[in-house]
Design a protein around this ligand. Sequence first.
Ligand SMILES: [Zn+2]
Length: 344
Amino acid sequence: MTTGLGIEERLAQGVVLGAEGYVFELERRGYIKAGPYVPEVVLDFPDAVRQLHREFLRAGADVMVALTYYAHREKLRHVGRENDLEAMNRAAVRLAREVAQEGGALVAGNVCNTWSYDPADPATSATVRAQYTEQLGWAVDEGVDFVISETNDYLGEALIALEVIQELGLPSMVTLASTQPETTRDGYDYVEACRILADHGATIVGLNCDRGPATMLPLLERIRATVDCAVAAQPVPYRTSPAMPTMESLRADGVDRVFPLALEPFSCTRFDMAAFAGAARELGVNYVGVCCGGAPHQVRAMAEALGRQVPASKYAPAMDLHPILGVAGVAADANVLAAWNVAG
Ligand SMILES: [Zn+2]
């Protein structure tokens, strides 16, 4: 892995591999409460955050993203931890930096949709700006290489984040969530919204969250054809379809509510995510990653699909050594092979 290069230099050299999904993964591991999804884990169990950063790093991620998703004033107030706001934001960047240094990765500050923004109420713009300014002020203080503003469902809110990032003099990656089928919540076609962000000087524009690979790729192709700057794609690793284009719209027989706690039947395999990484690179996507639901085994498969050997590749599958499925297993009893659904 190259070291000492900033995000723009790395993008110029080839695809940058991202990895997110910290909130979902740490919720599965018992360290974050589903519902509020506030990253209290940063202060309560810093080792759990450190460990997941390290797993993504070993899987090949080029960027350690500070776990400040939803660590803004509005959200912390909901869980009674407003007084921990500064400590949580600073600690998140420190944890990301500590692990990034183990493998020459970049550190990204992170802001997201605030749920405070209302395009019909101009006063909310100031509230949003104040939240981003304080969060990113602490991030810059602790040391970040660039900032990711993500899961933006309003173009207007994304533009506020972009301005704050630019005022801090940092490269910006601004990605839109795409919960709604056609447009942002303030009514912009996703491709047009990316064009506007690019015109305002964003370093990287694109999409994250909500859509799985199958329903994000067609939009990415149009975005790539429209903007000249770098394009980012961080889908959720779920098998969405034209009829159910987002993870929120997935429905399964016998399941009351698939999103967000019963998504497993729709999980992409590591092979699906490897195929996505290759397809995104083919389209000319520059920053390829994963969002909610992503896990290290998928990131390693993506890295390897991009032609890389990463630390975790040491333990990549070696099915030839499997007792039944491997070469030696071919000689096994025909009944055993039939039971395992493999040909002898
Ligand atoms: Zn997500």
